[in-house]
Structure formats: structure tokens, C-alpha cells
Design a protein around this ligand. Structure first.
Ligand code: ATP
Length: 249
């Protein structure tokens, strides 16, 4: 379970995330949407323990990411927007390194080979990360997140740069993780994917939560009963509707 309570993150004088609260139960996929600069990456980086919040609390399976980082991170997987990999390791060394960090070498070879196969990296297993294409790096970053058994998963624009087969695999992976009881938060600009994949969505704008709910909730809120998520999103972020109500977080 993931709980973000009243998260505030400021860069010098700029308020990037303002009083954001999100609760995600196991078995739920929540989409974090919003225009460029809305604060999605900042919120995810705080949740992953990479940035320190100015205030608020982030609990991963009940463990505070700031005060109990080791225990919190044990259950957490994070796929960043830009893969952050060690270029001088080979693909399989990288997977092993991550598995060692999480102390999950049990069944490592089986899991490694499955992931390499699933993400089309078997041929590249002994190649240096530095020599991978952009999309291959993104796939390796996903494989690294999946090599240990996390039940809270954060994805920041995971489908950007990944080929259609990889994107299809990743969407199935996310569905499998949900079926296995993971709490999943995904930031994306791909609204048709969010519509299909997410149980509910949160729209951030200028650091604040505008609205949260299922597509049906958002349609009702915007008065666009038969519209797609894209149409509803565009209408809401145009600023025609005041930021009120609908939050269940
Ligand atoms: P995008 O959809 O473009 O990826 P985002 O919703 O992920 O955007 P963030 O990257 O979280 O947005 O940025 C939120 C705001 O914080 C932006 O105005 C950005 O310029 C600012 N910001 C992000 N990182 C820093 C930083 N290190 N120092 C100062 N300002 C920052």
C-alpha cells in the first residue's frame, strides 16, 4: 500500500508540489496526469526517496520513505523517466547488481532469463549498457525494477521510447503486478493508455491536485458524460472548471 500525505516540495522559491495526498491500495493502478511542469516527476521522485520533501509523509507499506528508507525501499520499484543505469556494467551484470542491492538473489537466474526474454534483451545480455539503444535502456530499467518483488510500483512515463512490442509487454506486466496485489502509480501523457490501464486518475496542475476519480467521476465532474479521458482532461486543464471536489485520496 502507498500513502502520500500532504506532500509539499519546493525548489528554492518555486512550489512544485503543493499539499498532495494520494492513497493507493494493493491491486490498484492510479494514473498521475497533468500538463508539462505540473509536478508529476517531482512527486514521484519524492515518493521514491530521491528527493526530500519539504513537508508531508510518504509511507510505503507503512514505512516512511524519509525516516525508514531501507524498509520502505525494500517493497518499492521505481522506473524513472530517464533511465539511470551504470553504463560500464553489462546488461546481466546490471540485473545482478540490482538483485544484490535488494538482497534477492534467490531464483535470480530464472527471473533474469525470463525478463531478458520478455524484454527482448537476451541477445544483448553480455553487452555494456553504454552500447544499448534508448529504448533498450528503458526496457532494462523496467527489468531492473521487476527483478525484486516489489508491491509498490512507481512508473514515470514508462512507455516513452519503447517499441510497440515492449509497450504491450509492459502494459501486461503492469496488469500482472496489479493482479498480484501491487499498488501502482503511473505518470503518463498517453491518455488512451491511462484510460484503459488505470482504475482511477489524478490530474495535477501547477503542483496541486485538480481532481481525482474514475473516468466516470471525471466525466460527471466536467459535465462531459460521453467523452474520452483526453477530451475531459483537455477541458479540465483549460481552466474552465474550478479545482474542487471529487478527491478520494
Ligand atoms: P513533464 O510532464 O514535463 O515531465 P512534470 O509534471 O513531471 O512535467 P516536474 O518535472 O515535476 O513536472 O516539474 C515541476 C516544476 O518544477 C517545473 O516548473 C520544473 O521547472 C520545476 N523543477 C523541476 N526540477 C527542478 C529543479 N531541480 N530545480 C528547480 N525547479 C525544478
Amino acid at each position: 500500500m502507498l500513502e502520500i500525505r500532504n506532500l509539499v516540495k519546493q525548489y528554492k522559491n518555486y512550489l512544485a508540489v503543493n499539499d498532495l495526498s494520494i492513497t493507493i491500495q494493493g491491486g490498484e493502478i492510479v494514473g498521475l496526469l497533468g500538463p508539462n511542469g505540473a509536478g508529476k516527476t517531482t512527486a514521484l521522485r519524492c515518493t521514491a526517496g530521491i528527493l526530500r520533501p519539504n513537508s508531508g509523509e510518504i509511507l510505503i507499506n507503512g514505512w516512511d520513505i524519509v525516516t525508514n528508507q531501507g524498509k520502505a525501499k525494500a517493497g518499492l520499484a521505481f522506473v524513472p523517466e530517464v533511465p539511470s543505469l551504470y553504463e560500464l556494467l553489462t546488461v546481466e551484470e546490471h540485473l545482478k547488481f540490482v538483485a544484490m542491492c535488494f538482497n534477492t538473489l534467490d531464483q535470480f537466474e530464472v527471473k533474469r532469463d525470463e525478463l531478458l526474454e520478455r524484454y527482448d534483451l537476451t541477445e544483448k545480455r553480455r553487452d555494456l549498457v553504454a552500447t544499448l539503444s534508448k529504448g533498450m535502456k528503458q526496457k532494462l530499467s523496467v527489468a531492473c525494477a521487476l527483478i525484486h518483488s516489489a508491491n509498490v510500483m512507481l512508473f514515470d512515463e514508462p512507455l516513452i521510447g519503447v517499441d510497440p512490442a515492449g509497450a504491450h509487454e509492459l502494459k501486461q506486466e503492469i496488469q500482472r503486478a496489479k493482479a498480484n496485489g501491487a499498488a501502482i502509480l503511473i505518470s503518463t501523457h498517453l491518455l488512451d493508455t491511462a484510460e484503459k490501464l488505470c482504475d482511477r486518475v489524478i490530474i495535477l496542475n501547477k503542483g496541486s491536485k485538480m481532481v481525482e476519480g474514475t473516468l466516470a467521476d471525471l466525466r460527471k465532474f466536467s459535465g462531459m458524460e460521453t467523452s474520452s479521458l483526453e477530451e475531459v482532461f483537455l477541458r479540465l486543464t483549460e481552466g474552465e472548471i474550478a479545482a474542487t471536489g471529487l478527491s478520494n485520496g
